[in-house]
Design a protein around this ligand. Structure first.
Ligand code: BDR
Ligand code: CA
Length: 320
């Protein structure tokens, strides 16, 4: 397929990050994955970086370069989500050790290099699925990259509600200051926040079916996803949300989603709403987008059936 989208995935794998990576790798006919960068979030920098390296090899994409990113959020220490993603970050799954080494131990410089190396007529799409530390730094330290970024399709935030606190979503709550740099950068952002990602998931039977298969990739992903079902967030639920996969699914099938252009900013105060994304839908939609006022497309609905179908087909395809 011509006109592949150039993407850079910035992530903290993390179970749903691992699913997003698999979905992207399964669609390399449509996506040119220029690199994967890690950021401390679901687990420590060391663990999520190790997972990114292992995942590329496990999924047969050893050639995708991996660079190590921020060890902590801009202002605070990391608060890992071991209860949701496990000690290693990938639930009950332990991927084989790999020889593969890092392409760089400086994700911010790596991102800049990859973006600026594109031919003049091409642009980069950034796909952050973790705290926005690396991306915030990139835009501040190397503002020249902004012109070469087509859009940022991120998992983070919510127009309504939260999952770490009543009003804050995990990725934004971990590093609100970095998120604010990204949201107010003026770059078009597609926000796959909780408003839509809560509906992007698989049910128990679908995950069980992955486990019953003989395929090594399907088995590994069932080991990851089964951990979710034992976690406090999903213990009593028939379905797990696979938040981060919404980003890649949107790139592959924007027609499965709908939303509204808004302006957004992040609460960086020390109050109860720290990490909240404040999404403002007032004013005329098209006009506001044209004037650059409303740069955030807040996704609100998803075609759940097609989401599940494409996701399961992707995971199955590795074992075919
Ligand atoms: C987000 O938080 C992380 O735990 C997940 O990987 C996802 O990126 C959902 O709030
Ligand atoms: Ca994540």
């Amino acid at each position: 397929m011509e006109n592949k989208k150039n993407i850079l995935i910035d992530c903290d794998p993390g179970i749903d990050d691992a699913v997003a990576i698999a979905l992207a790798i399964a669609h390399r006919d449509q996506l040119n994955i220029c690199g994967i960068t890690s950021v401390a979030g679901n687990q420590t920098q060391e663990r999520v970086t190790g997972n990114a390296l292992k995942l590329t090899v496990f999924l047969g994409a050893e050639e995708i370069p991996v660079a190590m990113g921020a060890k902590t959020p801009l202002l605070r220490e990391i608060v890992p989500a071991g209860d949701i993603h496990g000690k290693g970050g990938l639930g009950y799954c332990e991927l084989p050790a790999v020889e593969k080494t890092l392409a760089s131990d400086n994700a911010v410089c790596f991102l800049r290099e990859k973006i600026m190396a594109l031919p003049a007529e091409e642009k980069m799409t950034l796909v952050p699925t973790g705290p926005l530390t690396n991306i915030g730094l990139l835009l501040k330290v190397f503002p020249e990259v902004k012109e070469r970024i087509d859009q940022i399709v991120l998992m983070g935030g919510a127009a309504v509600g939260g999952n770490v606190t009543a009003t804050a979503e995990f990725n934004i709550w971990e590093d609100p200051e970095a998120a604010q740099m990204v949201y107010t950068s003026g770059i078009p952002i597609v926000m796959c926040g909780l408003d839509v990602t809560m509906a992007c998931g698989l049910n128990r039977e679908q995950v069980a079916a992955l486990g019953r298969s003989n395929g090594r990739v399907q088995k590994a992903y069932s080991e990851m996803l089964n951990f979710y079902f034992d976690s406090p967030a999903y213990r009593n639920s028939d379905r797990v949300s696979i938040h981060d996969a919404a980003t890649i699914m949107y790139l592959l099938h924007p027609e499965y989603f709908s939303g509204q252009w808004m302006s957004a900013m992040v609460d960086c105060s020390e109050g109860v709403n720290r990490g909240m994304t404040i999404c403002d839908s007032r004013a005329n939609q098209e006009e506001a987008y044209e004037t650059g006022e409303k740069n955030v497309l807040v996704l609100q609905q998803v075609d759940q059936e097609n989401f599940q179908r494409v996701l399961l087909e992707a995971l199955t395809q590795f074992d075919a």
